[in-house]
Write a new protein. Sequence first.
Length: 277
Amino acid sequence: MADNEVTFPHYATVYGYNNPDVLSAVAAQRLAILIMESQANVQNLDKPFHLLITGGTDSIRMFQMLASNPLLTVIDWDLVHIWWADERFVAYDSEDRNARKTREALLDLLTSHKALAESHIHEMPADERSAEEIAAASDAKNDAILDAAARDYEEEIVGLLGKEPVFDLAILGMGPDAHMASLFPGLPHVNNRERIVVGVNHSPKLPPMRLSLTVPVLAHSSRTWFLTAGAEKGAALMNSLSGANNPEYPASFANGTDEISWLTTAGTLQAAIECID
């Protein structure tokens, strides 16, 4: 199966590509074209494009491919804002940070050529404590620090996008347990409808402390793309697409007012389809 469109019970559109490299190349091209077309639309003159991203192998591979895409220099990056859907709450220079990996893949190139302003790169807060302070901290202390960091990022989002933020495009990933951003099944954060950003302590995936946008935000982007490769994610893909808004499968809450698409691989798609058999 190659480059086929498949309709699932869920209203999302799902594309299966030959392999992860093709998936990432297509995503990079689609991203460049989407931003260019938005900027070329006379109704959007000088309108900022707010891009929401996360970490993950597929997303980083996409940004690496975008870095060498000839359309890169055609985009007016002065009008682009980069945001994160989630982040590992670790030191700024930690190799675990999603932002660091994205900077190395693409953003450092853009800032070094003064195409993208640092003020348009909206990183989530980092843990600025020493290793000794972290080791000595109680759960209550960590919860308080995470909550303060979440509120800081929430304030930054509200300052530019308002109290009901809508991103032009959210590019997300999904884990084998169907988590999206840092909203994991079995944890209460997937049910939070009051906050824009929450702190996550005791994440089932290391590192244990994280920040994450919540469902109300992730369900209301104009467009949402999931980049999901790996046969081990087949069951999660099927479960997330078989019905919306199931807290056992957090990715099922994602939505887009104009588009919700899953870009996956033939192997992942085949594994998902086999769940029906």
